[in-house]
Design a protein around this ligand. Structure first.
Ligand code: MN
Length: 195
């Protein structure tokens, strides 16, 4: 059984950049759905093993990837946001950003432009790729497609319409600009140290 993480701040703490109504639905209904469905899928997999009936195994393992990745990415997303308090990449992460992207500004520009063009429902992610020993930015489709195996997500931005439509309608660039004000770099720095 996986459990929902607690929201690390009050439901209206990200105002005005991310409004209460959006966060309420996103956390309490949509994220909960991914956690519940991951657990239901695990239960069905257990039943399949116990009954030796693997008729639906293809579908169940696909569900596990979709719902499970949805649960994981939402945890990372809610935790890498926070009330607009001053925070920035620390010296370790900044050195790596400078090395791999040229500068913080170049990183921010790539991440912003990359977020704008995520196709359909998906995510934009800053990741550490252990096998390459470098940071990369990846656009993810749905919750589980287009990854580099073994990568560790450091900063994730939900680009599903449900993440911004209530507040920003179709104005994706405004949502992305607002996001930079509520990134909790303290958490991103920790993820990088523990990579
Ligand atoms: Mn979402």
């Amino acid at each position: 059984m996986i459990k929902m993480i607690e929201l690390p701040y009050p439901i209206d703490a990200l105002e005005p950049y991310y409004n209460r109504e959006t966060l309420d639905i996103h956390y309490n209904i949509l994220y909960k759905g991914y956690v519940d469905n991951t657990n239901k899928t695990e239960e069905k997999l257990k039943q399949a093993r116990e009954t030796k009936n693997f008729e639906n195994i293809k579908c169940l393992e696909k569900d596990l990837s979709f719902y499970g990745s949805g649960a994981i990415l939402h945890e990372l997303f809610f935790e890498n946001m926070g009330p607009a308090v001053p925070s920035s990449p620390d010296i370790n992460l900044m050195e790596q950003i400078n090395k791999d992207f040229g500068s913080y500004e170049k990183f921010k520009q790539q991440f912003t432009e990359s977020s704008k063009v995520v196709e359909a429902s998906g995510w934009n992610l800053l990741v550490w790729v252990p096998n390459f020993k470098r940071l990369e930015i990846l656009q993810c489709e749905k919750h589980q497609n287009l990854t580099l195996w073994g990568c560790k997500p450091l900063l994730v931005l939900d680009m599903w319409e449900h993440s911004y439509f209530l507040q920003y309608k179709t104005k994706r660039p405004e949502y992305i600009d607002a996001f930079w004000n509520i990134v909790n770099w303290n958490i991103v720095n920790k993820r990088f140290i523990n990579k």
